[in-house]
Design a protein around this ligand. Structure first.
Ligand code: A2P
Length: 346
């Protein structure tokens, strides 16, 4: 796709990161460095709590400024990595100042004026943007990178997901809580949870998002279902999801079952995945070596394995997979920077 077909192509843009002191913000800084993103200037923004802090960018100290309505003057591209309320309040200031916004929160994800983009899957939707582009939920991104190539080749009738989600999805304070709770547990000390509701060391629990009393699904599960349908362009796709928080720092894992249009041999599934952009097949049955958070951590690709027929579906049309992907990278910061790269003038 020709880059100039997108509105507001960017040349050597001045860039702002909102939420630069957070878990995703820090990874955004590193992705811009690692990928030598061509920018003229970087402004780091956070709340009043971070006033006076300095981070580092390309070997030089970079001061953190307090976000306000004027922060976007002269900014061409604003990468938001804060909460939904901050995005709703400040994204309009950024677009009014002429910046393109890529937002990591859920504020704009179901707004049809805001494309919800995974570059490997639905890059073509970016051309409809009107200034705000939504970066999807981390589980939806990781699942779609693996599911979309199979959907394209074999047709998809139904999707079932169970997640094993890392602390990073709840931000830097939750990662700290996991480390502190584990230290306390090993030292035989008690630890009162401050960020998440339940004991985190050597435990797992249903995702901390609020549960919808009607459906019984929590907010994370509802987001994953709605966003996955939108990214796959399949608005009536039946999807069932169970989201669970596990004591892992920063990479999510997901068990999937996909019902395809017809039975497909696992070898053909493996071949389609091996050719898919953004996927790395890790599927060594002999060594019992499959995707693991420790190996997904720090990687841009989604690791996919345990490729087998789902024997729970007597029709033979369903295939089972297991994947792991870095929640902070492909699940958040890297996906946002990959979108930004597509906005650059070639
Ligand atoms: P701060 O560190 O000053 O609180 P995480 O998801 O890891 O918790 O990070 C959230 C990020 O969003 C942090 O950088 C945090 O800044 C920032 N943030 C939270 N609330 C606001 C706000 N009202 N204005 C600007 N930045 C905010």
């Amino acid at each position: 796709m020709s880059l100039s077909s997108f509105p507001n192509p960017l040349r050597n843009p001045s860039v702002a990161i909102v939420g630069a002191t957070g878990a995703v913000g820090g990874e955004l800084i590193r992705c811009l460095e690692d990928r030598a993103f061509p920018l003229s200037r970087l402004r780091l923004l956070a709340s009043q709590r971070s006033a006076g802090r300095a981070l580092s960018f390309r070997g030089a100290p970079a001061p953190v400024e307090t976000l306000d309505a004027d922060s976007f003057r002269g900014i061409d591209l604003a990468l938001f990595a804060a909460d939904t309320a901050t995005a709703r309040t400040y994204a309009p200031h950024a677009t009014a100042a002429g910046a393109v916004v890529i937002d990591n929160s859920s504020a704009f994800r179901m707004d049809l004026d805001c494309p919800l983009v995974v570059p490997e899957v639905n890059l073509e939707t970016l051309s409809g943007h009107r200034g705000v582009i939504a970066n999807p939920n981390c589980v939806a991104i990781l699942a779609c990178v693996a599911v979309a190539p199979l959907q394209r080749r074999f047709g998809l009738r139904r999707l079932q997901l169970s997640t094993y989600q890392a602390a990073s999805g709840a931000g830097a304070p939750a990662m700290d809580e996991l480390a502190q709770a584990t230290e306390a547990y090993l030292a035989g000390r008690s630890y009162a949870p401050r960020v998440l509701r339940h004991p985190y060391a050597f435990n797992l629990f249903s995702h901390d998002a609020e549960v919808d009393p009607q459906s019984g699904y929590n907010g994370e599960e509802l987001k994953v279902m709605a966003e996955t349908r939108r990214i796959l362009g399949s608005f009536n796709l039946p999807i069932g999801v169970t989201c669970v928080r596990v004591p892992v720092l920063r990479a999510h894992a997901i068990a999937l079952s996909l019902e395809l249009d017809a039975p497909v041999p696992p070898a053909a599934i493996r071949e389609a995945l091996a050719e898919a952009p953004g996927v790395c097949v890790v599927d060594d049955r002999e060594a019992n070596h499959f995707p693991m958070p420790v190996e997904a951590q720090g990687q841009g690709e989604v690791l996919v394995g345990r490729i087998r027929r789902d024997l729970g579906d007597p029709s033979g049309r369903s295939v089972a997979l297991f994947l792991a992907g870095d929640q902070l990278l492909k699940g958040a910061a890297l996906n946002a920077v990959q979108i930004a790269e597509r906005l650059l003038v070639a």
